[in-house]
Design a protein around this ligand. Structure first.
Ligand code: CU
Length: 174
């Protein structure tokens, strides 16, 4: 009787290939040089990770839709919320900067903002895989954010779950 399982073998090969050979890590600095994500636009492939590096005093990384840049994304049908780091306080002059990592599981554009009051409206927004041309560019998203007066992404209503995983099916399989 053979104890060799072709599926498991294939899966483990696939996992090691994706996680060690292809996946890239992208860093985005949150704040530090004003109310801005640096860089504001990132291109990342499925399987990559994006590491947000938080600067003082307190910011968030919160997912939104393109149309409503300063509001936490919520699926109208399922009620599922987008990703959210929650507020991350950092002391001025802290020796180390906390990081929060997002796993990229889809190639469609991802929009996010800082939910600290007034930051989004000041232009503290970012995108991953936004189109470079057309209606839904990062520039269009940012100008929409700066014209927005409401914010429902308040940290106080945010789940305390600081899960680092943004639903990577591959990660769970592995
Ligand atoms: Cu902020």
């Amino acid at each position: 009787m053979l104890s060799f399982h072709p599926f498991s073998f294939t899966l483990s090969l696939l996992c090691s290939f994706v996680t060690s050979s292809l996946a890239a890590n992208h860093q985005i600095v949150v704040g530090g040089t004003g109310l801005v994500f640096t860089p504001e636009e990132t291109t990342a492939a499925v399987g990559d990770t994006v590491e947000f590096i938080f600067q003082p005093p307190q910011h968030t990384v919160t997912q939104s839709s393109f149309a409503d840049p300063c509001t936490l994304l919520k699926n109208a049908t399922t009620g599922a919320e987008g990703f959210n780091s929650g507020p991350v306080p950092v002391q001025a002059g802290a020796a180390t900067a906390p990081a929060w990592t997002l796993e990229i599981t889809e190639s469609t554009p991802i929009w996010f903002f800082c939910a600290t009051p007034t930051h989004c409206q000041s232009g503290m927004v970012g995108s991953i895989n936004a189109a470079k041309t057309g209606n839904k560019t990062f520039a269009a998203f940012k100008s929409l954010a700066m014209g927005t007066t409401s914010s429902n992404g308040s940290p106080s209503v945010v789940s305390s779950d600081r899960s680092r995983s943004y639903g990577s099916h591959l990660e769970r399989l592995c």
